[in-house]
Design a protein around this ligand. Structure first.
Ligand code: FES
Length: 100
């Protein structure tokens, strides 16, 4: 399972977990103690916006469904973003959440 590390905007680690390829990054982050806000859970509000610091190639921004607002190339909506199928277990992903 790829390892996902979540930090706040100061770089402080909030949580780290082994991610599955079925649930969104946001849902898994919440389940692992990160209080990431996800008001709409539909890729429409931007409340869960996250900056990718490492491992962008392992992420599918629309794994859970389409996103409906524009975001930067190095950002994802955590409610819709998932791990790409077939990502190797030793892959590392780091995501910064400013909205904590
Ligand atoms: S919770 Fe609204 S865009 Fe993700």
């Amino acid at each position: 399972m790829p390892k996902v590390k979540i930090t706040d905007k100061s770089g402080k680690k909030i949580t780290e977990f082994e991610a599955n390829a079925d649930d969104s990054i946001g849902t898994q982050a919440q389940a692992n103690g990160c209080p990431i806000p996800m008001p709409c859970m539909a890729g429409a509000c931007g409340g869960c916006i996250a900056k990718i610091k490492k491992g962008q190639e392992y992420l599918d921004p629309e794994a859970l469904g389409p996103t409906h607002i524009p975001i930067a190339e190095d950002e994802v909506l955590a409610c819709m973003c998932g791990i790409k199928k077939g990502t190797s277990a030793d892959s590392e992903i780091e995501i910064e959440i400013d909205n904590l």
